[in-house]
Design a protein. Structure first.
Lengths: 267, 521
């Protein structure tokens, strides 16, 4: 039977295949989280088991060790090419959240990303963001152009309709492609359960705490939870009142933190 | 429908008629606003020294909040006991029409919001027309701000009459017209008793009656080739079944190339031995014959296939900053196909608010304008009329690097200049025990006949042939055939559908007259 997860899946596959056809030099941003792990599973569906582009992980050096171990193991299992990008200059200079969370995000994540894009000349980049995560992501297009300075012209986005996407671009610019933009947090968990996708262990409760959203250690707080299985997580989600990214400190810095970060190239 | 399947609703209407407030109210009344989000908005509003602003739920951008407008479309999510909803907020300002269309194009249903005090305005009409162009048929009209007019029934009735009349002119029949106040929460999720004279559903009840828009399995097969992968020694045609159903073993035709073959396998990752795929599914197809077919070709069956189009007549809406110009060549994207298309003529230029034809054979269309345009294509493209197949009957127009507009197809002509399908009567003639027939019921689009001497000889021998028509639009070519070859033409009411009997004048008149089922023309 064709249900709502099949429909979401088909839409994602369609987006992947459009991008693969239209872009020469693609990469997928892999954050190790549940969303980008689901995105990889969808890519394998689109390409009959293959991942025909490299995965890029931006390492801020502040990630949980469990995340890094999981990342390396999964990449081997998938047979994927993994590129780890790092803003070495900022890391050596001792960049950290104590210098300002938003500055830190911009230096270690946004700049780490722009460097690797420039170095590898990627012109299309898959990102696992979703419209229900927060306000500025709700405004995104599926194919979203970024200019030479990696800036997002969120006030003047081109139209996108009937699954016809903007796939042409000027040299030096790149397109962000969002294959799971239309999914919700609950959809992701239901799909992980249905497809038996292996996710990072930090999502499951240990000692009464679990992570709902994964990020850097200093800026990520787990929630109180006893959910140790996917079924329990899905049941718990239906009762939670807080937004998904409530445990991500950079989002709470000010009302427009995400908009400002994202306009300058943040994920 | 499936309880988990979400319905996408777009909310449209004139600026300041209360779209964002309505959305806020829908969220609030269904308990869908996270506490933290509520607190964030409350804090922002307090800092600005204003009352709690529901609109901030959707208007997340700083510029939107500062200027009190919606700039870009946004999606948010809420749930009723029935099912989850995706709400698409579409900007009301004319300058953001492209964002409104981006939002509305993916919706299953729409709420058209009209200010009860102000009545129908320019963007109300323009948005209604856009809904019609986008093919959105499930529409509920919400007449808002009735608190401002003391819930006056006559006022409501007046606005209802105005909007119904306009919607009628764009072929939309609203499912419901609901009197509401988004501010007071009247008739959104609950009844507050302010409009005792209204007996219909609330907005939420109205939405719960709508269905998800999905093509039925009986529709003709359309599977545009999205890409071709040569992996594991196989040549796989990847694509999405837009309408209809594809089965293993089906005889298929690729258009525009016209190549014929049979479906060998239907492929998905980690699934083996699939026997069929229905509308909406993304699959891979392998074929019995080694063909070299590219992206843009459409897989269908020999009967009810799309038209190999060279000329397209379409209603288009233009969204780019630069005008759309007659004589200029654009790229059109239809399904997975692309073609260079010259705008041969802008036959009509319309005011998208009043729908009046402002100019015939115009030189250009300005941003936010609509028109009827004739395109001449540099290469063939497989297409349908919008009325026959929404998915293959619409396209976007690229202006430079970006999408500049969209169109829906109202007329198609192939390379030879004849309209649509050529029906070879010899091939289509089926001679059976029950009599002879030509079945046209499966032919979409316009048709034209190839008449052979064999066919005419067959009639000349006193045989009669029954034509089964799909609809009355096929009457004209059949009548033409009869006129040109001096045949008698009459309806047969013996069978289901529209049937016409053709035979040679004089030869068998008396025999056929015995059958008292005919109506002479």
């Amino acid at each position: 039977m064709y249900d709502h997860l099949d429909e979401l899946e088909a839409q994602s596959i369609y987006i992947f295949r459009e991008a693969y056809r239209k872009f020469e030099n693609l990469a997928m941003l892999y954050s190790i989280g549940k969303d980008s792990t689901t995105m990889i599973h969808l890519a394998r569906k689109a390409f009959f088991g293959r991942i025909p582009f490299p995965l890029v992980h931006i390492d801020t050096t502040y990630k949980y060790p469990e995340m890094i171990a999981y990342r390396d193991r999964m990449a081997r299992e998938w047979g994927a090419e993994l590129i780890v990008g790092r803003n070495e200059e900022a890391v050596t200079s001792g960049m950290g959240p104590e210098r300002g969370r938003l500055v830190c995000c911009e230096k270690l994540k946004s700049e780490g990303l722009t460097r690797i894009i420039e170095q590898k000349q990627f012109n299309g980049l898959f990102l696992g963001i979703r419209r229900d995560e927060e306000g500025s992501r709700a405004k995104e297009r599926v194919f979203s152009p970024r200019d030479k300075n990696f800036e997002w012209a969120y006030k003047d986005q081109p139209p996108e309709l009937w699954d016809q996407f903007n796939t042409s671009f000027e040299p030096g610019t790149h397109i962000r492609i969002h294959p799971i933009l239309h999914w919700t947090e609950l959809n992701i968990w239901e799909y992980i359960q249905r497809e038996k996708i292996e996710i990072c262990g930090l999502y499951f409760a240990q000692n009464g705490k679990r992570f709902r959203s994964l990020g850097c250690m200093p800026c990520t707080t787990p929630i109180d939870s006893g959910a140790t299985t996917l079924t329990e997580i899905i049941e718990e989600l239906k009762t939670l009142k807080d937004p998904e990214r409530a445990g991500r400190a950079q989002d709470q810095e000010n009302a427009y933190a995400m908009q400002k970060l994202r306009a300058k190239g943040y994920m | 429908m499936n309880q988990n399947e979400s319905l996408k609703i777009v909310i449209v209407g004139h600026v300041d008629h209360g779209k964002s407030t309505l959305i806020g109210r829908l969220f609030y009344d269904t308990g869908s606003i996270p506490e933290v989000r509520y607190n964030e908005i409350a804090a922002t509003c307090k800092a600005q020294g204003r009352a709690f602003e529901f609109a901030y739920l959707m208007d997340a951008l700083e510029e939107e909040r500062d200027q009190n407008i919606t700039i870009d479309t946004a999606s948010t999510f809420f749930k009723t006991a029935q099912r989850p909803y995706v709400i698409i907020d579409a900007p009301g300002h004319k300058q953001f029409l492209k964002n409104m269309i981006t939002g509305a194009a993916s919706a299953d249903a729409a709420i058209l919001l009209v200010d009860g005090a102000e009545g129908v305005r320019e963007q109300t009409r323009r948005h209604a027309y856009v809904l019609s162009l986008l093919g959105i048929r499930q529409v509920v009209v919400a007449i808002n701000k009735l608190d401002m007019v003391n819930y006056d029934r006559n006022r409501f009735q007046k606005v209802e009459n105005d909007i119904r009349a306009f919607l009628h002119s764009v072929n939309i029949v609203p499912s419901y017209v609901v009197p509401i106040s988004a501010r007071d929460g009247e008739n959104i999720a609950k009844r507050q008793g302010k409009v005792p004279w209204y007996k219909g559903p609330t907005i939420l009840e109205a939405l719960d009656t709508f269905g998800n828009v999905r093509g039925d399995a009986g529709a003709p097969l359309r599977l545009p080739v999205q890409d071709v992968y040569t992996w594991d020694g196989k040549r796989i045609y990847a694509g999405r079944v837009e309408t209809g159903q594809v089965n293993k073993g089906d005889e298929i035709i690729f258009l525009p190339s016209g190549k014929l073959t049979t479906v060998k396998t239907i492929e998905k990752w980690q699934e083996t031995d699939l026997s069929l795929a229905g509308a909406g599914e993304c699959v891979g197809i392998t074929t019995e014959d080694e063909l070299f077919v590219e992206r843009g070709e459409v897989i269908s069956r020999r009967k009810r296939k799309p038209v190999k189009a060279r000329k397209i007549r379409a209603s288009i809406f233009w969204l780019a900053d630069r005008p759309f110009q007659a004589g200029k060549t654009y790229t059109i994207k239809l399904g997975t196909a692309e073609a260079q298309a010259t705008a041969t003529a802008i036959e009509e230029r319309l005011d998208s608010s009043t729908l009046e034809v402002t100019e015939r054979y115009a030189a250009e269309l300005l941003p936010s304008e609509v028109g009827k345009v004739l395109f001449t294509l540099k290469n063939d493209i497989a297409a349908d009329l919008y009325s026959d197949n929404i998915r293959l009957g619409r396209f976007v127009i690229e202006d430079g690097l970006l999408i500049g507009g969209g169109g829906i197809i109202q007329g198609l002509t192939d390379e030879s200049g004849t309209s649509a399908q050529r029906i070879c009567l010899n091939e289509h003639l089926i001679i059976g025990d029950e009599g002879s027939s030509v079945d046209l019921a499966g032919e979409g689009g316009g048709i034209e006949f190839d008449v052979s001497t064999e066919f005419l000889d067959y009639l000349g021998q006193g045989n009669r042939v029954l034509f089964r028509l799909r609809d009355l639009t096929q009457l004209e070519p059949v009548a033409h055939l009869a006129f040109e070859h001096d045949l008698v033409f009459r309806f047969s009411r013996a069978a289901e559908g529209i049937n016409i009997i053709l035979y040679k004048r004089g030869v068998l008149d008396e025999v056929v007259d015995d059958v008292d089922d005919g109506t002479y023309i």
